[in-house]
Design a protein around this ligand. Structure first.
Ligand code: CTP
Length: 399
């Protein structure tokens, strides 16, 4: 998003107030935001609100010559993206039929930038065939349409027509601004800890939060891949546009992975799987008794190892993570060989700023041919993108 030029077009619907939050998110991400409003939009939210959150003058009057008049032709041709949010039925109709009777509609008609349209209106209006036809028409002409959310609307009806959450609109915008170099690929990511029940109130788990796996799923999606995320219990929000399959135990994770593995081009196992589970999970809460208690544990399947065995030469690229507290390279390299991986990401989890719970990570990428790339300390988002670059190069026969 950094330094991208984005125009946010606000039209006259009650959801106009949510556009202020969208502008704030985009501006915080480093984009240069220019807001253009229709005259009706200014009845819902004062332009001053948008001027404050964008840090730039807001334009709504075609004939305002102001101190530095904005050119409606140049603006839409020099920007990287135009987002119309909310887009009313009226504005969508104007876009579909080339009506240019104010600043925003004229700018959109003359624009060469990509246009993201976020419809928001009463659900009866939204399902009206006229609106649906108009949406189809503008999609056919290259605009990207975001599905409205469903639920209770401001007009006290239920159904489709809610403006998507500003965070989701921003993610869709990020996607449109990102290089789609993984488009056409199916990526399966596993993430977080598994939990193994001891009794109805207790379980065995580990310190993994899922941050690395979620960063990978999100990055792959932003780069155009179709992503399935098999996730252990987590406090994280599911990444926008990613299909999430929630699991609890290692057995459930195995099932979810093997439901998807043959269909995947890339499998990344960032999950911290419990190696053992109690032989029997007690039906009732275990009561306090003797001074010591021994739990009888049995081995869980090694999902990654089974994926390694099932891999064919033309099959998926298989990437594992190695969480180590000592002899990082030796242990990680052994895992790469034993589990028949293409890449293993070695992670020293004894450090505060790397591994579990942290937003940053310090990893070494190890390849089958024994070569090693040491990455500096970076955010998990950056590690994710770096790793995806390397996986892509490997698949294309480089590296
Ligand atoms: N893994 C798995 N199934 C398991 C255990 C691990 O799929 N039952 C995967 C993890 O998702 C990770 C890799 O194997 O990608 C290495 O996991 P790690 O916990 O570092 O090592 P283990 O193989 O469990 O070996 P150890 O616990 O002895 O270090």
């Amino acid at each position: 998003m950094k330094d991208k030029k984005i125009i946010v077009g606000v039209t006259g619907g009650i959801a106009a107030y949510k556009a202020a939050e969208l502008v704030r998110i985009l501006a915080r991400a480093g984009a240069h935001i220019q807001v253009a409003m229709t005259a009706s939009a200014t009845k819902f939210v004062a332009p001053l609100t948008f001027e404050t959150v964008s840090g730039n003058r807001v334009v709504w009057d075609m004939f305002d010559r102001g101190t530095a008049p904005l050119d409606h032709i140049q603006l839409g041709q020099e920007s990287d993206l135009i987002i119309v949010a909310p887009a009313t039925a009226n504005f969508i109709a104007k876009m579909a039929h080339g009506i240019a009777d104010d600043f925003l509609s004229t700018m959109v008609l003359a624009a060469t930038a990509r246009i993201l349209v976020c419809p928001s209106m009463n659900s009866q209006m939204f399902v009206n065939p006229v609106v649906q036809e108009n949406l189809k028409r503008i999609a056919g002409m290259g605009s990207v349409i975001m599905e409205p959310g469903e639920g209770e609307l401001a007009c006290q009806t239920e159904g489709p027509g809610r403006l998507p959450e500003p965070e989701d609109i921003a993610e869709q915008a990020r996607m449109l601004l990102s290089q789609q170099d993984l488009s056409g690929l199916k990526v399966l990511v596993t993430s977080g800890a598994t939990i193994e029940s001891i009794d109805p109130v207790r379980y065995i788990t580990n310190r993994s939060t899922g941050k690395m796996g979620y960063a990978l799923a999100r990055a792959a999606r932003l780069r155009g891949a179709s992503v399935t995320l098999v996730s252990g219990p987590t406090a994280l929000e599911p990444p926008y546009g990613v299909q999430v399959r929630e699991i609890k135990t290692a057995e459930e994770m195995k099932q979810a992975v093997f439901d998807n593995h043959t269909d995947s081009d890339i499998i990344i196992k960032a999950a911290a799987v419990s190696d053992y589970r109690p032989r029997n999970s007690a039906q009732q809460k275990i009561k306090k008794g003797e001074e010591s208690l021994t739990l009888d544990l049995v081995r869980n399947p090694d999902i990654l190892e089974e994926l390694g065995k099932a891999k064919t030469d033309s099959g998926y690229t298989l990437v594992g993570f190695a969480a180590e507290t000592e002899e990082l390279l030796k242990n990680a390299t052994e895992k790469l060989r034993k589990k028949n991986l293409d890449i293993i990401v070695a992670n020293d989890v004894s450090r505060e700023d790397a591994g579990f719970e942290s937003d940053t990570n310090l990893v070494k990428i190890i390849y089958r041919d024994g070569s090693i790339e040491e990455l500096p300390l970076m955010t998990k988002d950056d590690v994710a993108n770096h790793l995806l670059d390397r996986i892509k190069e490997l698949r294309e026969g480089g590296s």
